[in-house]
Design a protein around this ligand. Structure first.
Ligand code: ZN
Length: 137
């Protein structure tokens, strides 16, 4: 699937956003290694809890058994490119350190970067290994 088609799916998912508080709608479409696409939208609750579109798409894919991901497209309408928040950057990097991130620019195009560019010094689960605790790297 090409990136423009994936972005179209992200724009379509944006329309499903549950954002009564912020009115800020975001959609995401995650392309898995096998070609399957999972979409997500941001979801806010009445108690101001919520989750971003990127994590909804990722968690849907993970819950369906997917483990390898190629590209995530993110759309937020005419606001221009909205890059993933810190929590999404961490989670996306943990499950897909090679992931491409295609951000809708709100003008019909997109920008493309690797998740590692958004998250250059991630907390790595390898640091939890006691055998590594005295190492700097
Ligand atoms: Zn987020």
């Amino acid at each position: 699937m090409d990136r423009n088609t994936l972005l179209k799916k992200a724009r379509e998912a944006m329309a499903m956003a549950v954002a009564p508080s912020s009115k800020f709608q975001v959609g995401a479409a995650l392309l898995c290694e096998d070609g399957t696409v999972f979409t997500g939208c941001n979801i806010e609750s009445p108690t101001y809890l919520g989750i971003c579109a990127e994590r909804v798409a990722l968690f849907k894919a993970l819950s369906e058994g997917q483990r390898s991901f190629k590209t995530i497209a993110v759309a937020c309408g005419t606001n221009g490119a909205c890059s993933p928040c810190g929590a999404c950057r961490q989670i996306l990097w943990e499950f897909a350190p090679e992931l491409e991130v295609a951000l809708d620019d709100g003008q019909g195009g997109f920008t493309l970067r690797a998740i590692a560019e958004y998250f250059p010094e991630p907390f790595d689960r390898n640091k939890l290994d006691p055998a590594r605790k005295n190492r700097l790297v």
